[in-house]
Write a protein that binds this ligand. Structure first.
Ligand SMILES: NC(=O)c1ccc[n+]([C@@H]2O[C@H](COP(=O)([O-])OP(=O)(O)OC[C@H]3O[C@@H](n4cnc5c(N)ncnc54)[C@H](O)[C@@H]3O)[C@@H](O)[C@H]2O)c1
Length: 307
């Protein structure tokens, strides 16, 4: 199988490329390197097309001969979207339409799309299941809601075989730290290994359903192989959130030295609690065996130490 991964030089995309190549598939990554890094694909036998999903001719050339598109390219991050919502809209919404149009022109390629738990936003129910309403609290959340429903509307309107996953907080090797918008786990591991304090926005009692990247790529890979299609989005997380204070305690144990917490103002658009109801995922993927937080953190810290 030949699989095109948009955003393939990014964190999750490059981990997926690694897995698919290991399973004998051909991988073509298209990435404008706005947030990705060619080094994520170093040593992998993936083809990298450097350019934007906003370029239809480049997309046509990239998807020619492909069996499947995995659409991960996006402007991630809630705070980035609060700072510049138009830039988020352009990449995430116009960009998604461009990818779906390319999939359609190529003869309705199977298309797997990344959405986000941020679509649940202000809905208070926990855990989040797919039948709940969506009330995004940030431009990023709105952009992912449109992303997922464009992909699903293409099923109804054009017969495009699509599958949407709602990722919760994914973490693991290749996720960058060292910039203002870094996700909490890499930011904290980098700080802890340098002996610096970690920044906690708010009281640290907010919780997240942290999902190790290999658990995500295992499911996506199976979805590609089985050419799975579904008319509604599927949560891709396994339930049971951890608070940020729990996370700090676990990291302290793995790193083996005390971690100082530095509290800062809560961030706009941040959700208080987020945890997935995985029932639908487990019905569709009964064989999947997720990697737990202790093991995933240990593997991620080991990767940071090797770097
Ligand atoms: N990491 C998470 O916890 C998480 C959670 C929910 C949803 N998601 C979604 O999963 C997907 C992958 O996220 P990630 O964490 O790997 O982020 P990432 O930023 O590492 O990957 C996205 C990639 O898309 C590329 N990109 C952005 N705009 C582009 C454009 N116009 N053309 C081509 N490439 C472009 C970036 O350079 C980057 O490499 C995204 O759609 C994101 O919204 C991620």
């Amino acid at each position: 199988m030949r699989v095109v991964i948009t955003g393939g030089a990014g964190f999750i995309g490059s981990n997926l490329a690694d897995r698919l190549l290991g399973e004998g598939m051909e991988v073509v990554a298209i990435d404008d390197l706005s947030n990705g890094d060619q080094r994520n694909l170093q040593g992998l036998d993936a083809e990298l097309v450097v350019g934007s999903i906003l370029d239809p001719a480049l997309l046509d050339a990239t998807v020619a001969g492909a069996d499947c598109i995995v659409h991960f390219a996006a402007r991630g991050s809630v705070p980035k979207s609060v700072a510049d919502p138009v830039a988020t809209h352009e990449r995430n919404n116009t960009g998604t339409l461009m990818v779906l149009e390319a999939a359609r022109r190529a003869g309705n390629l199977h298309t797997v799309v990344a959405s986000s738990s941020s679509v649940y936003g202000a809905v208070p129910d926990l855990p989040k299941h797919e039948d709940l309403a969506t009330r995004p609290m940030s431009p990023y959340g709105v952009s992912k809601l449109a992303t997922e429903w464009y992909a699903l509307a293409y099923q109804h309107s054009y017969g495009l075989p699509s599958l949407v996953f709602r990722f919760f907080n994914v973490y693991g090797p290749r996720q960058p730290a060292g910039h203002a918008y870094a996700a909490v786990i890499p930011a904290w591991i980098a700080a802890a290994l340098a002996g610096d304090p970690v920044v906690v926005y708010g009281d640290g009692m907010q919780s997240r359903d942290f999902t190790y990247v290999d658990s995500v790529t295992a499911v996506v890979s199976e979805a590609i192989t089985r050419r799975l299609v579904d008319p509604i989005p599927v949560n891709l997380a396994f339930g049971g959130g951890s608070t940020l204070l729990d996370l700090a305690a676990k990291l302290e144990e793995i790193v083996g030295s005390p971690i100082a917490l530095q509290h800062a103002e809560p961030r706009k658009g941040d959700i208080r609690h987020s945890s997935a109801d995985p029932s639908r995922l487990l019905r569709l993927f009964p064989q999947v065996a997720p990697i737990g937080l202790d093991e995933g953190l240990a593997r991620t810290v080991a990767w940071w130490r090797r770097r």
